[in-house]
Design a protein around this ligand. Structure first.
Ligand code: ATP
Length: 337
């Protein structure tokens, strides 16, 4: 089973540029979590901090008792072996076949025999649906296939924590849907703790158990998916609706005068489309159910009392087994919180 990742009061700056501060959250063991956020809010920096490649100035990232932010380098190095990383571009070596790319971590970090390496690599290639393409070079296959190859490579060392940085970047909606299903299937097969960074609303609304959002140098929210999907925070509502109206601007957040002008331009009578919480994806037919589901149900039902009413209602609907999708009125994206 995957391992819990506990982030406590994490603060990261580059020189005088503060990226985010005082970020605290827990990635529950074996569950899938998504981190949303407009471009440049430090999502990739957050992933790199979790694995200890970047060193935040304050706070801790606790994994099995090891602090990836400030622990001993030797412990961090060992704990890093628990991770599988999938980067935006697949990060494959262009001159190596897919097979050799995927075998690379095994040849680099283990003393396994070639026959054993072949067995593991072919099994992972099968999981990501690339059987038959193992002899191809990265330049000879599509972007979606390269992503899947990157995912296969992230899987060869049997990771207990998987970090995916924008698995959808450069993919069309159909390929993105395939990647979404693959991520859920993967979780059903290996029960790893997963954190996915994305802008993609289809992935965000169908894949994770938990969702968070980074904005204005902080964590806006993190918790069960129903909390963010029903949130009335203007920045969350704007992001989920893809609206130009709200605190997120083209290059940075908007200033108070721009927001006031937007608010003045609204009549209050605008039709807001209802926000629908689409059900989470199930593993593909033939796969066993995700083990995280039962754990999550117990965990989330245990925290109901502390949640906002809309989130509570959505969670109750999730677990009522009624099959009905809760439809929630869309809050005004630009309204003050
Ligand atoms: N090694 C570094 N040195 C200095 N600044 C950095 C470094 N890495 C990232 N940054 C800065 O940190 C900020 C956040 O970058 P990051 O790539 O984490 O954003 P992001 O939310 O992942 O963006 P996107 O969604 O566009 O990929 C940016 O301003 C970036 O320039």
């Amino acid at each position: 089973m995957g391992i819990e990742v506990k982030v406590e009061g994490l603060t990261k700056s580059f020189g005088r540029q503060n990226i985010w501060q005082d970020v605290s959250l827990t990635l529950p063991a074996g569950e899938i979590s998504v981190m949303l956020g407009p471009s440049g809010t430090g999502k990739t920096v957050f992933l790199k901090s979790i694995i200890g490649l970047l060193k935040p100035e304050r706070g801790r990232v606790l994994i099995d008792g090891v602090d990836m932010a400030g622990g001993r380098e030797r412990d961090i190095y060992e704990t890093r072996k628990l991770f599988g990383l999938m980067f935006q571009d697949g990060a494959l070596f262009g001159s190596m076949s897919l097979f050799d790319n995927i075998a690379f971590p095994l040849r680099e970090h283990t003393r396994k025999k070639e026959s054993e390496i072949r067995r593991i690599v072919m099994e992972r290639i099968d999981i990501v649906g690339l059987l038959g393409a193992e002899g191809k070079l990265p330049g000879e296959i599509s972007g979606g296939m390269r992503k899947r190859a990157g995912l296969a490579r992230a899987l060869v060392l049997d990771p207990q924590i998987i970090l995916c940085d924008e698995p959808d970047s450069g993919l069309d909606p159909v390929r993105t849907a395939f990647i979404s299903q693959l991520l859920v299937d993967l979780n059903a097969q290996i029960d790893a703790t997963m954190l996915i960074v994305t802008h993609n609303l289809d992935i965000a609304s169908t894949v994770p158990d938990n969702m968070g959002m980074l904005f204005r140098r902080g964590l806006v929210t993190f918790g069960p998916r129903e909390v963010l999907l029903t949130s009335e925070e203007p920045v969350v509502a704007q992001f989920l609706s893809g609206s130009v109206e709200g605190p997120i601007g083209m290059s940075e957040e908007k200033d108070a005068a721009t927001l006031a002008a937007e608010a003045a331009g609204r009549t209050g009578d605008e039709e807001r489309p209802p926000r629908v919480i689409v059900p989470q994806l199930e593993p593909s037919p033939g796969l066993s159910p995700r083990r995280a589901v039962a754990r999550r149900r117990e965990r989330v039902l245990g925290m109901l009392d502390g949640l906002p009413p809309a989130a509570r209602a959505a969670i109750e609907a999730t677990y009522a087994g009624s099959g009905e999708e809760p439809t929630l009125a869309m809050p005004s994206a630009g309204s003050a919180s």
